[in-house]
Design a binder for this molecule. Structure first.
Ligand SMILES: NC(=O)C1=CN([C@@H]2O[C@H](COP(=O)(O)OP(=O)(O)OC[C@H]3O[C@@H](n4cnc5c(N)ncnc54)[C@H](OP(=O)(O)O)[C@@H]3O)[C@@H](O)[C@H]2O)C=CC1
Ligand SMILES: CC(C)(CO)C(=O)C(=O)O
Length: 330
C-alpha cells in the first residue's frame, strides 16, 4: 500500500545534512514552511553559530534571516561509531532527509549516520552532482526510499551563517530505482509543492537517468573550466576560446553517452549556455572547492566519464586534460 510520506497535516519534517551552500539555501527557504527542520552541520562550532545567528540569505533572492516562524533546529554530525550504532530511530520521524554534502564527504560512517536518523517512512534525497554516489547510498536502502535530485540552483556560502542565492534553476526529483511503486503514484507531489512554495522550481521526473546524465554533462563542461580558469560561470561565454573548449567537452561526453545508448535531449548544448547565463555570477561548486583548498568532485564528474570511456576503449582527450589540471590544482 502507498504511504503518503507526511507525518502530520500538510507540514513536513525535514532534515538537511550539510550546512554548506546548497544546505543553507534550502534551509533558509524552507524553515518557515516545515513542521520541523533540522540542519546538520559538520562541526559543533558552525551549529552553535547558526543557533546564535540563524541563516542570513542574500543574493538574487529577497534578503532575509531565518526566524522561528517554522521550527528550525541546528545540530552537528558526530562521527561517534558507538552512538551511531546505538542510536534509535527518531520518535517523530523525518519525512525527508536532504543529503547536501559533497561527493567526497559520503563516507561509510556518514551513510551509517544517515541510516540511524531514518525511520521506515523517511526518504533520503541525494542532491550531489556527478554519478557514483547512488551506489553507496542504495547499499543500505531498504524499501526503495532513495530519491535522486538534480538541481541547477546556484548557491554560495559566504560565511558559516550566510548564503547567497546566485542563480535560479530547476530541481528534478525522482526515484533512483524506477520499480518504486510509490514513485509511480506521485507520492512526492507534496514535496514538490513545498519546494515551490519556498520559491524553487521543482518537478518529479520519471526519467532520472537522462536528467542525471544531462546534469553530469553540464557540470563536466562548466565546472572544470571555471575551476581551472578561476572565472564565474557567465564569464565562460565571454571568449570564443573557452566556448570552443566547452564545446569539445560537450561533444566528447555526447559521444560517450551515445556509445552507452543514453538518449540525451537535443537542446543540451543550448541548456549549458542557458545555465551559464542563469548562474552567470555563480562561482561553480568546483571553483569554490579550489578557492577553499578542498577536494573537488572531479572524480565523480569528468572522472566518471573517463572511467566509463576506458571500459569502452573510447578516448575523451579534453576530459582527460581538464581532469589532470583540476587534480594538479587540488
Ligand atoms: N553550490 C551549488 O550551487 C550547487 C551544488 N550542487 C551539489 O550539491 C552538493 C553540495 O554542494 P555545496 O552545498 O555547494 O557544497 P558545500 O561544500 O558548500 O557544502 C557541503 C557541506 O557539507 C558539510 N559536510 C561535510 N561532511 C559532513 C558531514 N559528515 N556531516 C554534515 N555536514 C558535512 C560541509 O561542512 P564543512 O564546510 O564544515 O566542511 C559543507 O558545509 C554537491 O554535490 C554539489 O555538487 C548542485 C547544484 C548547485
Ligand atoms: C549548475 C552549476 C554549474 C551552477 O554553478 C552547478 O551545478 C555547480 O556549480 O556545481
Amino acid at each position: 500500500m502507498m504511504t503518503i510520506a507526511m507525518s502530520g497535516g500538510t507540514r513536513m519534517r525535514i532534515m538537511i545534512i550539510g550546512a554548506g551552500s546548497l544546505g543553507l539555501l534550502f534551509a533558509a527557504k524552507l524553515s518557515a514552511l516545515c513542521e520541523h527542520l533540522t540542519v546538520i552541520a559538520r562541526t559543533k562550532e558552525q551549529a552553535d553559530q547558526l543557533v546564535q545567528e540563524g541563516i542570513k540569505l542574500g543574493g538574487t533572492t529577497e534578503p532575509h534571516r531565518t526566524t522561528r516562524g517554522g521550527f528550525i533546529e541546528f545540530s552537528h554530525y558526530q562521527e561517534d561509531k558507538e552512538s551511531v550504532a546505538t542510536a534509535t530511530a527518531p520518535v517523530h520521524p523525518y519525512d525527508y532527509i536532504f543529503l547536501m554534502v559533497k561527493q567526497p564527504a559520503i563516507t561509510k560512517e556518514l551513510v551509517q549516520y544517515i541510516d540511524s536518523r531514518r525511520s521506515e517512512i523517511t526518504y533520503l534525497v541525494s542532491f550531489q552532482n556527478g554519478i557514483g554516489h547512488e551506489a553507496d547510498l542504495s547499499e543500505n536502502d531498504r524499501g526503495n526510499k532513495l530519491l535522486l535530485a538534480v538541481t541547477t540552483e546556484g548557491a554560495r556560502r559566504e560565511s558559516p551563517t550566510e548564503v547567497s542565492h546566485t542563480g535560479h534553476g530547476v530541481t528534478y526529483i525522482g526515484a533512483s530505482n524506477c520499480t518504486d511503486p510509490d514513485h509511480k503514484k506521485s507520492t512526492h507531489f507534496l514535496l514538490v509543492n513545498l519546494l515551490e512554495e519556498a520559491g524553487f522550481r521543482a518537478e518529479m521526473s520519471k526519467n532520472m537517468e537522462v536528467r542525471i546524465w544531462s546534469k553530469l554533462i553540464i557540470n563536466a563542461v562548466i565546472n572544470p573550466l571555471t575551476a581551472i580558469l578561476h572565472v564565474k560561470n557567465g564569464e565562460l561565454l565571454e571568449s570564443t576560446w573557452t566556448k570552443e573548449l566547452m564545446f569539445d567537452l560537450y561533444r566528447e561526453a555526447c559521444f560517450l553517452a551515445e556509445a552507452k545508448d543514453i538518449k540525451l535531449p537535443d537542446a543540451l548544448w543550448q541548456t549549458i549556455i542557458t545555465v551559464c547565463e542563469a548562474t552567470s555570477r555563480n562561482h561553480s561548486s568546483m571553483l569554490q572547492d579550489i578557492e577553499q583548498s578542498r577536494p573537488t568532485e572531479i572524480d565523480r564528474i569528468n572522472g566518471s566519464l573517463l572511467q566509463m570511456a576506458d571500459e569502452l576503449n573510447l578516448e575523451l582527450p579534453t576530459h582527460r586534460t581538464v581532469y589532470r589540471l583540476v587534480k594538479a590544482l587540488e
